[in-house]
Design a protein around this ligand. Sequence first.
Ligand SMILES: Cc1cc2nc3c(=O)[nH]c(=O)nc-3n(C[C@H](O)[C@H](O)[C@H](O)COP(=O)(O)OP(=O)(O)OC[C@H]3O[C@@H](n4cnc5c(N)ncnc54)[C@H](O)[C@@H]3O)c2cc1C
Length: 128
Amino acid sequence: MFNFLIIGAGVSGSVLAEMIASQLNKKVLVIDKRNHIGGNAFDYYNESGKLIHKYEPHWFQAAEGDLKKCNSIPGNANHELYRKYKQDADELGNFLFCGRLADYKYYNIDPIVARALMLFDQKIISTK
Ligand SMILES: Cc1cc2nc3c(=O)[nH]c(=O)nc-3n(C[C@H](O)[C@H](O)[C@H](O)COP(=O)(O)OP(=O)(O)OC[C@H]3O[C@@H](n4cnc5c(N)ncnc54)[C@H](O)[C@@H]3O)c2cc1C
């Protein structure tokens, strides 16, 4: 029997799972649609010993003709899908959003960790 379900084993989900388990001594189930933890920050060593970042930036053709790397920028269709998901989630009383998918923006890892710790302090610790 679990006390918390965390959907997504990225940095946010992993930090929250660790805090809930170690600080509150509660049982946490973490699930992910991928077959590894770490989310978009996941990396691994290939057979030649090179460290590979699995989720490469996307490439786009700049106006000047150069190929440039960038992180994916959500378009209108994705924003609409996100709005529907958020509305559904808001209707569930005890459902908390965290991480970059919580408001569909790019964040570096340090603010992602800070947001997870803030959510823990402000919303989760009170469930103790
Ligand atoms: C190419 C690239 C380079 C980056 N470089 C840097 C850098 O140099 N420095 C830095 O600080 N940050 C960097 N970042 C940002 C960093 O990766 C993110 O801040 C961090 O990974 C966000 O963590 P998160 O847990 O919020 O989201 P994510 O890492 O996206 O984790 C979300 C998890 O949820 C899972 N998930 C989503 N939907 C579902 C579902 N419906 N059911 C089950 N599981 C689901 C996903 O599979 C994923 O594992 C980079 C990001 C990218 C893409």
